[in-house]
Design a protein around this ligand. Structure first.
Ligand code: FAD
Ligand code: DHB
Length: 391
């Protein structure tokens, strides 16, 4: 099998890249090791930055998002019984975010790709990326029990943190930067209308809590739990009681309970692999970098990477110049490190480390007070939350 761009992984990065290339008239093949149902149902991110929404729309993948996505103009910070709303458009010259789940983005992109685009093979596991340093990189893979090889002009590794693409960068050229956190998020989906019409990020002495949503009738809620926690060790009533404690306010706000339909624990890490390119292999999304979820940057960063690659390849085709391809790693890493910084800061602002000292507790409260009382501090948060422009 032969193609211009071999794409490993059909998460949001791989699927969007295939769509962007298709609309530019560049052919690609996507290899995805799991089945379609798995990719469409894997519960993950929920918040799209303005730039991500604009890209999906321009790629012709925004119709259902525009009908069903929820535009949010603010978030609420909660601590010590207090509530503070951050007005996103007022602080950023009109930028907002959209609640539209990763599962739905993937469903929309898969449907488009199967209808209009090039091959998207489910159950196709890439075994390696070979000859990345040459003009003819290759991807040996297994599909439905048969061994095959995809020969490409370029390979884009969109295969997530556990994929094989990153391993094709020689160890002597690689550098990784990493931090793991001593806590994770217990995430639940519940069949109950969200108890607030915007997201609530709560700092509490017992740990962080987040109120989010998937639709006007489905809530998505998260609790900080110790690293390694088994989701099944938390009973439903226990989860609601803990959420109530952490979201408690001095006014009469209440948390509505409902049936919990799914629970899982997400570990938290910060990770960056440099460089993001080796020869004709380009890494994109979680294959190259991970952020802790606080602030919802993971999916949006993946979008930024593949937009940068698609633009660079189109530029190469139209002008013959490889300048933008050569700038890929530098362009992406600038944005990646800003997101790493923001996600780390939001995590440190709102989570309680197991060994937190009273001094650190007071610093967290002082930071929150600063955001609530300084327009400059609040604007700094709002700008990063709504996302830095893709250009
Ligand atoms: P992925 O979505 O990981 O997709 C990679 C794809 O590659 C997968 O489908 C995988 O099956 C496939 N693959 C792997 N190896 C191979 C191979 N050898 N051959 C072929 N295919 C392969 N972000 C947020 O903003 N908010 C959240 O609440 C949030 N929650 C998260 C929860 C979890 C458990 C995880 C892991 C991440 C979460 N994230 C969240 C991050 C966000 O979901 C990711 O940043 C986003 O999915 C990145 O997209 P991606 O396409 O780069 O990688
Ligand atoms: C969601 C996830 C996040 O990491 C976040 O900061 C906000 C919302 C969510 O899954 O809805």
């Amino acid at each position: 099998m032969r193609t211009t761009v071999g794409i490993v992984g059909a998460g949001p990065a791989g699927l969007l890249l295939a769509r962007l290339l298709h609309t530019a008239g560049i052919d690609s093949v996507v290899l995805e090791s799991r089945d379609r149902a798995y990719v469409e149902q894997r519960q993950r991110a929920g918040i799209l930055e303005q730039g991500t929404v604009d890209v999906l729309r321009a790629a012709g993948a925004g119709a259902r998002m525009d009908r069903e996505g929820l535009r949010h103009d603010g978030i609420e910070l909660r601590w010590a019984g207090r509530r503070h709303r951050v007005d996103l458009p007022a602080l950023t010259g009109g930028r907002s975010v959209t609640v539209y789940a990763q599962t739905e983005v993937c469903k929309d992109l898969i449907a488009l790709q199967l209808e209009e685009g090039g091959p998207l093979l489910f159950g196709a596991e890439a075994l390696a990326v070979e000859d990345a340093g040459t003009a003819r990189p290759r991807i040996p893979f297994r599909h439905q029990g048969r061994a095959d090889v995809l020969e490409c002009d370029y390979v884009v590794g969109c295969d997530g943190f556990w994929g094989v693409s990153r391993k094709a960068v020689p160890a002597a050229l690689s550098r990784t930067f990493e931090r793991t956190y001593p806590f994770g998020w217990l995430g639940v989906l519940a069949d109950v209308a969200p108890s607030h019409d915007e997201l609530v990020y709560a700092r509490h002495d017992r740990g962080f809590a987040l109120l989010s949503m998937r639709s006007p009738s489905v809530s998505r809620l998260y609790l900080q739990v110790p690293a390694g926690t088994d989701a099944e060790s938390w009973g439903d009533d226990e989860i609601w009681a803990e959420l109530e404690r952490r979201f408690a306010t001095d006014d009469d706000w209440t948390l509505e309970r409902g049936p919990i339909t799914q629970k899982s624990v997400t570990p938290m890490r910060s990770f960056v692999h440099e460089p993001m390119r080796h020869g004709r292999l380009f890494l994109a999304g979680d294959a190259a970098h991970i952020v802790p979820p606080t602030g919802a940057k993971g999916l949006n960063l993946a979008v930024g990477d593949v937009v940068t690659f698609a633009r660079a390849l189109v530029h190469r085709r139209e002008t013959g110049s490889a300048d933008l391809l050569d700038a890929y790693a530098r362009t992406c890493l600038g944005r990646v490190w800003q997101a790493e910084r923001f996600s780390h800061d939001m995590t440190a602002l709102l989570h309680r480390a197991p060994d937190a000292t009273p001094f650190e507790d007071r610093l967290q409260l002082a930071r929150l007070e600063r955001i609530a009382s300084s327009r400059a501090a609040e604007a700094d948060l709002a700008e990063a939350y709504t996302g830095f422009p893709l250009d």
